[in-house]
Design a protein around this ligand. Structure first.
Ligand SMILES: C[S@@+](CC[C@H](N)C(=O)[O-])C[C@H]1O[C@@H](n2cnc3c(N)ncnc32)[C@H](O)[C@@H]1O
Length: 407
């Protein structure tokens, strides 16, 4: 896929309008009508419940999404990306903002930093594949004053890359805030970043079916290399393959905040004590035992999204009844349960039998989920989702091989 195509992320109409406008700005060397752009084309922008604006994506893998939740674009940044971080504002802070879009997550981080710290330094590295999307960040009304600081950093980079003509933003970037804007595929960027650099990584792509390449095991291995030991990755998704990939990449995981969604997102850190809440019990069981816990893979960090999706489908197919319990009818969540629904029970037990588990209440079943007896919503170093998932995975392997010891 060419850079131009992969960067054509936002709705085609806005993409063309924004590019046409900036072409005109460059050729006329006049940026005055930039201030009118939003009012002229405001119907192309999506107003969210807190008064901040979002935009629609183009159709990717047959889906269209808005860049932010309708519950509130800027509120989402504070709730999902800032609130769960345990920033230690007595030290300098470094943040990697992946999929920076309109720059709301960066702006929320700046606002929090300014509120809590005075003379220390903040470094934010923003990564966004699409110039037109960053340019939209210049065109929307700033939802908070700190967005003007982000706009200035975006504008500087767009001028440097000969996309915008000249400076319109009047805001000065404070001396203790250093913002770098990388306009490229985040998979390239991460490979060039230094080890143990970041206190926080914001991971805010479109959903896994649109952008599986930004949730892959190999991508997360790079995160593990560049994050500090007590750093936290935050992402809004509750998806099983994403959580499984974090664990396989060497992270601990915990439950993230719920905002504008039915389920909490995901937090990941090298240190378990940075993560306060366990995943829901059934999520742990499904990630550990069923084929939904198979991650997206992107060896070489350069595969197209359709390829990554198809490869995972194939891998799930091969793993089912072989190394993993089938995810059909959510089979593994019934382990340990007496089941009343006879029809469902027959289906569940047929799937279990293929993994050498005679029934939902057999010794084998109880042995596999033994650690779930210790489940608690609050988690700590010794009792947490990651330890339980790895334990159940291991026990399933033993049962399948027929060499487990239930005593
Ligand atoms: C959900 S939006 C992010 C919203 C953003 N965090 C904000 O504050 O406005 C997802 C963004 O990911 C960008 N994106 C998609 N693929 C990318 C890639 N491979 N590398 C970097 N950015 C990418 C899209 O252009 C889009 O702006």
């Amino acid at each position: 896929m060419s850079y131009e195509n992969s960067a054509r992320i936002i709705n085609d109409d806005i993409f063309d309008l924004v590019n046409e406008y900036f072409d005109m700005e460059r050729s006329s060397q006049n940026n005055e009508s930039r201030v009118d752009f939003f009012n002229t084309y405001r119907d192309y922008f999506v107003l969210t419940d807190d008064g901040s604006y979002s935009i629609n994506s183009k159709e990717i893998n047959h889906k269209v999404e808005t860049l932010h939740t309708s519950t509130g674009a800027i509120s989402e940044s504070f709730e999902k990306f800032i609130r769960p971080m345990k920033f230690n504002y007595s030290k300098d802070i470094a943040i990697l903002d992946i999929c920076a879009g309109l720059g709301y997550n960066t702006s929320a981080a700046i606002a929090d930093f300014i509120k809590n710290s005075s003379d220390l330094d903040l470094q934010i590295d923003m990564v966004e594949i699409s110039k037109a999307t960053l340019a939209c960040g210049l065109l929307v009304p700033s939802p908070i004053p700190e967005h003007d600081i982000t706009k200035k950093a975006i504008e500087d980079e767009l001028i440097k890359q000969d996309y915008a003509s000249s400076s319109l933003e009047e805001c000065e970037i404070p001396k203790n805030i250093d913002i770098n804007v990388f306009i490229e595929d985040a998979r390239q960027t991460v490979q060039n970043l230094a080890d143990s650099t970041y206190d926080a990584i914001f991971l805010d792509p479109f959903s896994q079916n649109m952008a599986p390449e930004l949730f892959s095991l190999e991508f997360f291995r790079e995160f593990k290399r560049i994050i500090k030991d007590d750093g936290i990755v935050a992402t809004y998704t509750s998806s099983a393959p994403v959580r499984a990939a974090f664990i396989e990449a060497g992270f601990n995981i915990g439950l993230g905040p719920i905002f504008g969604r039915k389920q909490g997102g995901t937090l990941a850190s090298p240190k378990p004590e940075m993560l306060d809440y366990s995943l829901p019990k059934n999520d742990e069981i499904r990630i550990a035992l069923s084929d939904v816990g198979i991650p997206f893979r992107d060896p070489g960090l350069n595969n197209p999204s359709e390829f990554i999706l198809n490869e995972r489908t194939e891998e799930r197919h091969l793993a089912r009844h072989n190394t993993k319990i089938s995810s059909a009818v959510k089979t593994p969540i019934f382990l340990g349960d007496e089941m009343d629904d006879e029809k469902l029970k027959r289906r569940v037990e047929r799937n279990l039998a293929k993994m050498n588990i005679p029934s939902t209440t057999s010794d084998e079943a109880l042995y596999i989920i033994e650690c779930e007896k210790k489940y608690s919503e609050k988690q700590d170093e010794k009792n947490n989702s990651t330890i339980r998932i790895l334990d159940m995975k291991n026990r399933l392997k033993k049962v399948k091989k027929g060499n487990y010891d239930s005593t």
